[in-house]
Design a protein around this ligand. Structure first.
Ligand code: ACO
Length: 378
């Protein structure tokens, strides 16, 4: 064996590894995808070639999910919410009511995987089953923590209507369901973000789709990824009125704070998802009363940010207008990140399918910067 023949004392070290390293893998090409293109310079986002604005205007979440999974545009595609297996429901009932919704969702997906037969390679059917299960699980948990009974899925409703029905116990009005459906479409997919990359790494080991999505939810839980539309709401409440906006925003920047809903790692232009959601928010019947303030504050914030950071384009991001849509459809802010995860199921599972179709174990190198080889102390 190699260990037995290794000399007891350290040998001369090989030259240091000079290969380039990019912290956070920023700018590193780590794969290829046909699912979406995030064009940060021009502020464009396409799913399988189709513009996000057109998909929001003319599509539904089930149709977009099917497009991502299969490549086919089938506008009438339906996807109701799924049943919760009895062991998963028992686990949700056993969780403390203080459990964060993201933890509950991650637990539910993991438990769901334990109740299913999920052979390799993953299939569109598996993707569909998991994507339709999770809204039922999140809605059930949200009710259980309030001491209410979960509501059975209604197969006549599509996924987003079904989720709202199972959450609130009444069928949403069409405008509300349409607004949340639009949010689900813009949240469905976004290139090689951290959670999607996690899902692909897990898939590359030939693990199953539930493990990949449970890992992705764990990744999205981090505040650097899951976004913070609830913080947009808090910040606007502090701004209070458009008359105070400029003074408040300048003071916040002087304190070193960030303006929530602005800036992005990839986008240097206006986030096309924000543009699509602004239209949706303005068209909502039950829009939050602070939407008009948000629109006015956005103009001031863009002007102040351009002045402060002439070297870096800081534009509105998706979170700024996700906040009024999510609040307008009646979700409490602590459900915002888990709802984002429900939307991203389509993209995660599509990446699982794409990875498995042309799989190679994802196993990058790391540069060792620790102590040189040495003897254990006597
Ligand atoms: N408000 C004020 N200044 C900002 C903002 C902001 N929203 N965003 C970036 N800056 C400034 C930084 O302070 C930094 O300035 P400095 O060089 O003088 O220190 C400069 O712009 C570059 O900032 P980075 O952090 O390097 O930019 P990065 O592109 O990595 O950050 C991020 C992206 C995290 C989204 C950032 O813009 C931010 O914190 N925005 C506010 C929070 C937010 O809206 N998050 C949601 C993002 S969308 C999503 O997650 C789905």
């Amino acid at each position: 064996m190699t260990e037995a023949t290794t000399p007891a004392t350290a040998t001369t070290e090989p030259p240091a590894d000079q290969r380039p390293y990019s912290p956070g893998l920023e700018g590193v090409l780590a794969g290829e995808t046909g699912l979406s293109k995030v064009d940060g310079e021009r502020g464009r986002l396409i799913y399988r070639g189709y513009r996000i604005g057109d998909l929001v205007e003319r599509g539904t979440y089930p149709a977009v999910a099917n497009l991502l999974w299969t490549g086919d545009w089938t506008p009438d595609h339906r996807l109701p919410t799924g049943q919760i297996p009895a062991p998963v429901l028992s686990i949700l009932k056993a969780l403390p009511t203080s459990t964060k919704p993201m933890d509950a969702l991650r637990t539910a997906v993991s438990a769901w995987g334990a109740t299913q037969d999920l052979p390799w390679p993953p299939t569109v059917e598996q993707a569909r089953a998991l994507t339709s299960f999770s809204p039922s699980a999140l809605a059930a948990f949200a009710r259980l923590r309030e001491g209410k009974d979960p509501i059975e899925p209604d197969p006549s409703l599509d996924l987003v209507d079904g989720f709202l029905y199972q959450l609130k116990g009444e069928r949403p009005d069409p405008g509300t369901a349409r607004a949340l459906d639009a949010y689900f479409i813009v949240g469905a997919e976004h290139g090689f973000n951290a959670s999607t990359f996690t899902a692909r790494v897990i898939t590359s080991t030939r693990s199953d789709i539930a493990s990949a999505v449970a890992g992705a939810i764990g990744t999205m839980k981090g505040p650097l990824h899951g976004g913070a539309p609830s913080e947009v709401v808090d910040q606007l409440a502090k701004v209070g009125s458009v008359e105070h906006a400029e003074e408040w925003l300048r003071a916040a920047l002087d304190r070193g704070e960030r303006l929530m809903g602005f800036g992005h790692r990839v986008y240097r232009a206006y986030d096309p998802r924000a543009a699509a959601l602004r239209k949706v928010a303005e068209g909502m019947e039950h829009k939050p009363d602070w939407l008009q303030l948000a629109i006015q504050v956005e103009d001031v914030a863009l002007r102040v940010l351009a002045e402060r950071h002439p070297e870096r384009a800081l534009k509105t991001n998706v979170e700024f207008y996700a906040a009024p849509v999510l609040q307008g459809v009646g979700l409490t802010p602590d459900l915002f990140p888990a709802t984002f995860s429900l939307a991203r199921h389509a993209g995660w599972t599509a990446h699982v399918l794409e990875q498995s179709a042309d799989n190679r174990l994802i196993r990058p190198d790391v540069r060792y910067i620790g102590a040189a080889e040495r003897d254990l102390p006597a």
